[in-house]
Design a protein around this ligand. Sequence first.
Ligand code: AMP
Ligand code: MG
Length: 322
Amino acid sequence: MTAIVEATKGNILKAARLINQGKIVAFPTETVYGLGANAFNADAVARIFEVKRRPRFDPLIVHIAHFKSLSQVAETVPKEAEALMERFWPGPLTLVLRKNRGLPDLVTSGLPTVAVRMPSHPVAISLISLADTPIAAPSANPFGSLSPTEAAQVAQGLKYGVDLILDGGPCSVGIESTILKLDGGQAYLLRPGGIPLEDLEKAAGRKIYMRASSIIEAPGSSPTHYAPRTPLLLVKPGQFPRELKGRKLGLLAFSEPHHEESFKAVQVLSPSGDLMEAAKNFFTSLFWLDAQGLDFILAEEPPLKGLGLAIMDRLKKGAKRK
Ligand code: AMP
Ligand code: MG
């Protein structure tokens, strides 16, 4: 089993040394826990794909701690991207830019572009700074399963192969970054996430179009993602499929649980209906429901605005069966 250590100064330094030795380390960010490797060490990056059982066609996000590191990973940065970085970095916004040729192709799955972000979590920033290299890091979970927002969930999902897990407590945003691509004069949302679309459109002063990211665009590769082991069903608030009566059911309610008596286990994402609180609790609530030995988890659709869009995206993908 991988050791979980508290993210003290000494342990972050230890983790940074491991990164420099080509090892892989799980660490907290404000979105979810990441599994990081030196982005310029292709062998270490390859281990991330192996340990997660992640298909090699699914590119990683590169994390930087300083604006000056951007040129190491990206070749050109359009003015508009620069303005968005100034507004939203450090924070849960990932930008897809032209890749620097020096970055191993494995990181970007052979794409000519690279996804980059600057996390706002102090442990992440300190780890990247001490390692003094951009860190390629996907979420620290087996491919396709729930994303970890606590260190113990990392250890539960990835029992072997991770060299160290830094525990920095629960993640404050709780849902992955928003991914934005500027392409041919247009702006595309590749993944809804921790920065609401409305905020991005306001800052960019233009409409942002929805477009599934490269992996989803690839024919025949629409994997289940963010999925608990228990089958997940998406329902409208208050809806209860009669045919499930008598089964062991769990409910993931947004704010107000309906038909509570029909469920063995209930989680409410935000009693006051606050979408930021709902996002923060989302994965942990699903982890908990998934451990209750249920036949089905029913998840109520959140309102489709603000972070509700990102929650709904995870629910839809989690509800797809393999
Ligand atoms: P994860 O790190 O697990 O949150 O996943 C990162 C996601 O970022 C991938 O699944 C892709 O959808 C997206 N991504 C990474 N790099 C690129 C890129 N160069 N172009 C488009 N999407 C990307
Ligand atoms: Mg992931």
